[in-house]
Design a protein around this ligand. Structure first.
Ligand SMILES: NC(=O)c1ccc[n+]([C@@H]2O[C@H](COP(=O)([O-])OP(=O)(O)OC[C@H]3O[C@@H](n4cnc5c(N)ncnc54)[C@H](OP(=O)(O)O)[C@@H]3O)[C@@H](O)[C@H]2O)c1
Length: 392
């Protein structure tokens, strides 16, 4: 029912816009009908569906809303491009000298990450890609050019994350990281409990990005550093109770529930980390974002997207990786003034959850402090150790 209503409303809105507007892309960071509408429906799916509706069903419903609201909108109405965004913020009106800025991006060898790395290179930044394998790192170099640097990290291993952070600290002077993009992720993969004892989706999408960010915090540019976490609109599907036991729990066919949980959890950690940094008067900004419904390898374990017939349909209607790169590129390149909380919302300097280059509200969670302490514990950090990294 919700799916049918969503499709009808989106088509009506899109047609109306098409007929009545001058069909020009909205300026980056502008609230569009599409961004307002998809937030409204996501919030309804989160708040108004009865509690017995399972998370995996909510994930599918949100996926359909996303595809209809964001993707058809962009297909029917002329949309912004990543190239325009790079031109807008990297060359003309941005006073920051990009040539001296350094960005590290995990999973920058595939899908959205590869396009973000490309955009940042074109904007003149120095880019270090953190790949899972040396082979994928080489392929990224072949796509982007030899001046892109590559390192390897296995995000399903706490030891590998620690070794990666140590390697970066040897390569880069303290304060030398301008942007850290925690892009790498997996979705709905067959259940795998890692050697550290965590569900691989939780460790890859949430725990390791959080741990890596804490370890690299003392190396971030203290005046204008930015840390980005890839979240997902599926966070609206997860239970607000934030079941901490899911981090170590096995699953059968229901990997989507664990995916949505990992994305809600990282959005909660991102918010608290940003708050701690503000409290310690630091200028490092923390954001999480939803890139849109983007056709990438991420969907290779989700049957509906992998079936031969539906696969072609999704190839056609979903966003391209380059379109999916727009929101993270915006968070990297837009001047700080463009990233403040929108007027009328709770005043906060920056941070939050972004989609379609607009800051969006996120559902509240019940046990955020417990979740923060549990995450530190999972990383093997005490609260004073974490505070020392935040203040360093
Ligand atoms: N596509 C969407 O519609 C969508 C929507 C919402 C959020 N997102 C998020 O956006 C991010 C990028 O996704 P994508 O769509 O671009 O997917 P993708 O093309 O599959 O890229 C994922 C990247 O993460 C890397 N990775 C996976 N597991 C890793 C590990 N254990 N250690 C190190 N690197 C690992 C992959 O490396 P290998 O190739 O070597 O495995 C790959 O480079 C993810 O966090 C995803 O959850 C995507």
């Amino acid at each position: 029912m919700i799916i049918a209503i969503s499709i009808v409303i989106a088509l009506a809105l899109a047609t109306w816009q098409w007929l009545h507007s001058t069909i020009e892309p909205a300026p980056f960071g502008t609230k569009t009908y599409e961004s307002q509408w998809s937030t409204l429906i996501n919030t309804m799916i989160h708040d108004d569906l009865p509690a017995w509706v399972p998370t995996w069903f909510r994930v599918y419903a949100i996926g359909v809303v996303d595809t209809v609201a964001t993707v058809l909108w962009k297909r029917i109405i002329e949309a912004n491009t990543a190239e325009q965004l790079v031109r807008t913020y990297a060359t003309s009106n941005n006073k920051v000298n990009n040539n001296s800025r350094l960005c590290i991006i995990t999973g920058g060898d595939s899908g959205i990450g590869l396009e973000v790395a490309r955009g940042l290179r074109e904007a003149g930044l120095r880019v270090i890609i953190a790949s899972r394998t040396a082979e994928h790192a080489q392929q990224a170099k072949a796509h982007l050019g030899d001046d892109v640097e590559c390192l390897t990290v296995e995000l399903t291993s706490i030891k590998s994350v620690r070794q990666f952070a140590a390697k970066v600290k040897r390569m880069v002077p303290k304060g030398g990281i301008d942007i850290l993009i925690n892009n790498a992720g997996i979705m709905n993969t067959p259940c795998h409990i890692t050697s550290d004892g965590f569900d691989a989706q939780f460790q890859t999408n949430c725990l390791s990005p959080f741990y890596l960010s804490l370890l690299l915090l003392p190396w971030m540019n203290k005046k204008q550093g930015r840390i980005l976490f890839a979240a997902s609109s599926t966070l609206y599907a997860a239970s607000p109770d934030l079941d901490l036991s899911l981090a170590r729990k096995e699953y059968g066919w229901d990997g989507l529930t664990h995916y949505a949980h990992s994305k809600l959890y990282i959005s909660v950690l991102s918010e608290i980390l940003g708050q701690h940094l503000r409290d310690s008067h630091g200028n490092v900004q923390v954001f999480c974002y939803h890139p849109g419904a983007v056709r990438t390898n991420l969907f290779s374990h989700t049957t509906l997207f992998a079936l031969p017939i539906s696969s072609h349909v999704f190839d056609f209607i979903m966003l391209t990786p380059s379109e999916g790169a727009i929101t993270p590129l915006y968070l990297c390149l837009a001047p700080a003034s463009k990233l403040s909380a929108a007027r009328g919302t709770k005043p906060r300097e920056s941070g939050g959850y972004w989609s379609s280059t607009v800051r969006q509200p996120v559902p509240g969670c019940k046990n955020v402090e417990k979740a923060w302490k549990a995450a530190l514990d999972f990383c093997g950090l005490t609260i004073p150790e974490a505070e020392a990294l935040i203040r360093a």
